[in-house]
Design a protein around this ligand. Structure first.
Ligand code: GAR
Length: 207
């Protein structure tokens, strides 16, 4: 396998436990061929930025208030990410909808983790606890998490990996999200491994 590491950039808006799972997998060797070039956030106080700094990873805070609109914001985001020449962009709890320009700039190099079994409970307004609220309200006996490629249609890109989690009677948003989040951490690492590490080990060039 090539000595050249695969470079990723992680976009996160919140606590960053999924980011932490990636950092840990890089450290413990499961993703040893992955280099986290930077963590970018739209939230100054995102704990994800703190996690990145603690692990010596470059951080970038891009303030939405400094841009006239989403198109301009994402234009800057494309510029920043392009400077790292990345192999993959990972949305790990990134709570902004990406513009078509952004998605088209990176082709199939963007993946997202979603806390439900897509295609159900996805799309605009379906993020974070809203997803779990909707699942509980629906009376479904099963939820889970999905990692998928990002396309211009929100939460609709091809699914890479998915894991089912039962909804237990008496579940609350907190209990269900906690159980799913634990599984998300494994699933996200698995997806990155599947996209970057396994093909690299097999000697397949990813462009
Ligand atoms: C995760 O549950 C992730 O699936 C969800 O936000 C949480 C972030 O947690 N993402 C979305 O809802 C995106 N639509 P984290 O900051 O601890 O990784």
């Amino acid at each position: 396998m090539s000595e050249i590491k695969k470079r990723i950039v992680v976009l996160a808006s919140g606590s960053g436990t999924n980011l932490q799972a990636i950092i840990d997998a890089v450290k413990t060797g499961r993703l040893s061929y992955v280099d986290i070039s930077a963590v970018i956030s739209n939230k100054k106080d995102a704990f994800a930025l703190h996690r990145a700094k603690s692990s010596g990873i470059e951080t970038v805070f891009l303030d939405p208030k400094s841009f006239i609109n989403n198109i301009d914001y994402d234009k800057k985001l494309v510029e920043v990410i392009s400077s790292y020449s990345v192999d993959l962009i990972v949305l790990a709890g990134y709570m902004r909808i990406l513009t078509d320009n952004f998605v088209n700039a990176f082709g199939n190099k963007i993946i997202n983790i979603h806390p439900a079994l897509l295609p159900d409970f996805g799309g605009k307004g379906m993020y974070g606890k809203h997803v779990h609220e909707a699942v509980l309200k629906s009376g479904r006996e099963e939820s889970g998490c999905t990692v998928h490629f990002v396309t211009t249609e929100v939460d609709s890109g091809p699914i890479i990996v998915q894991r089912k989690i039962p909804v237990i009677p008496g579940d609350t948003v907190e209990s269900l999200s906690k159980r799913i989040l634990k599984e998300e951490h494994k699933l996200l690492v698995e997806a990155i491994e599947k996209i970057l590490v396994i093909p690299a080990k097999a000697g397949i060039q990813q462009n």
